[in-house]
Design a protein around this ligand. Structure first.
Ligand code: SF4
Length: 362
């Protein structure tokens, strides 16, 4: 029997903390690389099957023409990226795409609209999209910009599982990248979403020109929220011609892996998603990210507008690494995971499928 170790809420070795200091986080971030990897991988194994990766699919339901000025984004109306703006996608087309994604193994369907915030006239369609995708048996996630109290109630009532709202970078560096809204605006929407009982997906981008301290502060902010985001997407900047960040220097892969590892250690029960930028990463870098605790990716050829490796490349990589897509159902409960952990305390593998000391066919 394979034991599928899933997200657990508590573990004595990794208490879920909300009082991280920059100094503590920096000390972990700066560990010798092998020590950092070992620590992050150990945390991951106590909470998840290290050989299972969640597959999410992202669809742009309304592209371009966005009123915000995010310096990295091709969809901002402030930048000359050449991207053509489109209207909100029709419901039936969204559902057709979601069915295809499900057939290709995606368990979560993320829908993104390039808005500062949704307009009242669009909310009925958005709600119908959530209901329709839920009816297919997939988890739903939306990213629509800032939300009012009324918007969150409608989305919650529709059954929305997750709301994505990235904090992007540190509070200090935020205004260097975005001027049309503040870091506090971002946190306000996150608080509203959480209060409504919708799960939170929030992370950031590495490679905006930020310092190492900014990266650490970004993770400290996320980890010190009242509840950790259930999903933490970590993106590597894809510099897009026509945006203010088009000439940003490529991120050093080892530095990027350190951010993934730190996110894993500080938010032990969250899904850490290796998000945008995978097309620029070698297989080896991606493998290191998975070892450092990343356990979620976007599958498919495109993200909102940027390229993504696509199913074929991911299949090859997963095959080489012995990684399997995580199923939505069939996960063992906490109790089973804890039992496996106790049994495998000596090897520290939590009873995962790859354990060489397994004696009961796990
Ligand atoms: S990142 Fe989102 S909010 Fe910012 S410009 Fe792009 S679409 Fe608009």
């Amino acid at each position: 029997m394979n034991v599928h170790v899933v997200q657990m809420t508590t573990n004595a070795a990794d208490p879920v903390r909300h009082d991280w200091t920059r100094a503590e986080a920096q000390a972990i971030h700066d560990l010798p690389f092998n020590d950092l990897l070992f620590r992050a991988a150990s945390v991951q194994r106590r909470h998840f099957d290290p050989n299972k990766v969640q597959m999410a699919r992202l669809l742009s339901i309304k592209t371009g023409g966005c009123a915000e000025d995010c310096g990295y984004c091709s969809q901002s109306a402030h930048h000359a990226s050449g991207l053509k703006a489109s209207k909100l996608m029709e419901l039936e087309r969204v559902l057709t795409e979601a069915r295809k994604a499900k057939a290709q193994g995606a368990t979560r369907y993320c829908m993104g609209a390039a808005w500062r915030s949704p307009k009242a006239r669009d909310m009925d369609t958005v709600v119908a999209m959530v209901e329709g995708v839920k009816a297919l048996g997939m988890e739903t996630c939306m990213t629509l910009g800032m939300l009012s109290d009324g918007d969150v109630v409608k989305l919650k009532d529709a059954g929305l599982d997750y709301y994505n709202h990235n904090i992007d970078t540190s509070e200090r560096y935020y205004s260097e990248i975005i001027k049309t809204r503040s870091f506090a605006d971002r946190l306000d929407t996150l608080a509203r979403v959480r209060e409504a009982g919708i799960k939170v997906c929030s992370g950031g981008i590495v490679g905006l020109g930020e310092t190492i301290e900014d990266r650490i502060d970004m993770l400290v902010t996320l980890a010190n929220l009242d509840e950790h985001p259930e999903s933490v997407p970590i993106n590597m900047l894809i510099p897009i011609p026509g945006t203010p960040l088009e000439n940003r220097k490529k991120v050093d892969p080892i530095e990027f892996v350190r951010v993934i590892a730190l996110a894993r250690v500080m938010m032990p029960t969250s899904f850490v998603r290796l998000s945008a930028g995978r097309t620029e990463m070698s297989e080896e870098t991606q493998a290191l990210c998975f070892f450092a605790g990343a356990n979620s990716i976007f599958c498919g050829d495109t993200l909102l507008t940027a390229d993504n490796p696509g199913e074929d490349k991911d299949k090859v990589l997963f095959g080489k690494l012995g990684i399997e897509p995580m199923a939505l159902e069939g996960a063992a409960g906490n109790e089973t995971a804890m039992d496996a952990e106790t049994e495998h305390a000596g090897c520290g593998c939590a009873g995962t499928t790859s354990c060489q000391t397994a004696t009961s066919g796990r």
